[in-house]
Design a protein around this ligand. Structure first.
Ligand SMILES: C[S@@+](CC[C@H](N)C(=O)[O-])C[C@H]1O[C@@H](n2cnc3c(N)ncnc32)[C@H](O)[C@@H]1O
Length: 343
């Protein structure tokens, strides 16, 4: 999964982004995100960022928003224009750092921000380089793009499903292998109350990522927005085929070996793993909710500002976006928000 997504030459994100100017998202791409729905997501995050800054941060300290997985920088643009629209004094001294470790993609981003500048935006190559004493970290649909490993319950025990090469067919296939030592503790925690052939995922990449991300601020908030579940819900015996899936041109597929480097591969996030990794790094969970509740709360000042007025076309468009982002049948319930804090 790591190679299919990130191989510098053939990987889906590494290649498509630089080649196509990040056209894998949105209508002409392979899948939608809350960012590609429109500017309303960024506007609502701007409201929430402004409120947090006013109520929980020391105004004398430089405040930095750090975003990882920010893709073409659209969310950065939407948040900053949201802050401008609400007239937040935060804009004056703040910085917005986009973390992009891959050089070709960094170049595309730098070019885009030199053509349409945003003075607050800096593009950095690592989380370490984004360090600030105070701020908010945010990522939307970053963790679901981390490479996951597959576990399979077979013969009354847990094994691993790995990728092998079938010489005669000339293509990759799945092969079952003994469980790696490092997954034994997790498998023991899951137990053995699963049907034969049950497949699921585990994402150790979350741990190493959190070990870095949690070092970002002395005083800060971390917002992790993604589809996923708490562990008890993720590893339900009924979820027999796991959550790994593929997207290409808005069609959902279940063959991760099809179209290598040309389709997105993704798996739901185990938010309990995120919380545990965060706790090891000294962060506390402040909130875990769904996108519906998180955005409705964030939207309060905006909704009050338009209440009782006949909506013009621009407001009507935003209200439609708001509905897509928050309605339980679209993105409201599937997407979750975990808020972590230090200080
Ligand atoms: C599903 S896309 C989401 C894009 C964007 N956040 C949005 O919501 O529209 C996942 C993004 O995470 C990026 N990504 C994955 N691993 C990353 C890493 N270690 N650092 C920065 N970006 C990463 C991918 O290149 C891709 O742009």
């Amino acid at each position: 999964m790591g190679m299919a997504l990130y191989d510098p030459e053939h990987g889906y994100y590494a290649r498509r982004g630089a080649e196509t100017g990040f056209r894998e998202l949105g209508r002409g791409g392979d899948f939608y995100t809350s960012v590609s729905v429109g500017e309303t997501f960024g506007l609502l995050l701007a409201h929430r960022i402004a409120r947090e800054w006013e109520t929980t941060f020391d105004r004398a300290q430089t405040f930095v928003v750090v975003e990882q997985g920010g893709h073409d920088g659209q969310l950065a643009r939407d948040v900053l224009s949201g802050l401008r629209e609400i007239g937040s004094p935060l804009l004056d001294g703040m910085e917005y750092r986009l973390v992009e470790p891959r050089e070709p993609l960094r170049k595309v981003l730098e070019e885009s921000f030199s053509i349409r500048p945003e003075p607050q935006v800096q593009i950095v190559d690592s989380l370490d380089a984004a360090w600030a004493s105070a701020g908010i970290f945010l990522c939307n649909e970053l963790l679901d793009a981390f490479p996951a490993d597959l576990l399979v319950f077979e013969g009354s025990g847990w094994r691993e499903r790995q990728v092998a090469w079938d010489e005669s067919a000339g293509r990759p296939v799945f092969a079952t292998r003994p469980l790696r030592e490092e997954f034994a503790g997790f498998a023991a925690e899951l137990g053995v109350d699963f049907p034969e052939g049950y497949v699921t995922e585990i994402c150790p990449a979350v741990d190493s990522w959190m070990a870095e991300a949690a070092r970002l601020f002395d005083r800060g908030l971390w917002w992790i927005i993604d589809y996923g579940h708490e562990r008890a819900d993720y590893y339900l015996p009924q979820r027999r085929t796991g959550t790994l899936r593929c997207y290409r041109e808005h069609r959902l597929g279940d063959d991760p070996f099809a179209f290598p480097g040309e389709q997105d591969l993704t798996a739901d996030v185990d938010f309990t793993r995120v919380e545990e990794a965060a706790a090891r790094m000294g962060l506390q969970k402040r909130l875990f909710t769904d996108q519906h509740h998180f955005l409705i709360e964030a939207a309060r000042p905006w909704l009050l500002s338009i209440e009782g007025k006949a909506p013009g076309p621009a407001t009507a468009k935003r209200l439609r976006q708001f509905q897509t982002l928050t309605h339980p049948s679209t993105m409201g319930q599937r997407f979750k928000v975990m808020e972590l804090r230090r200080g």
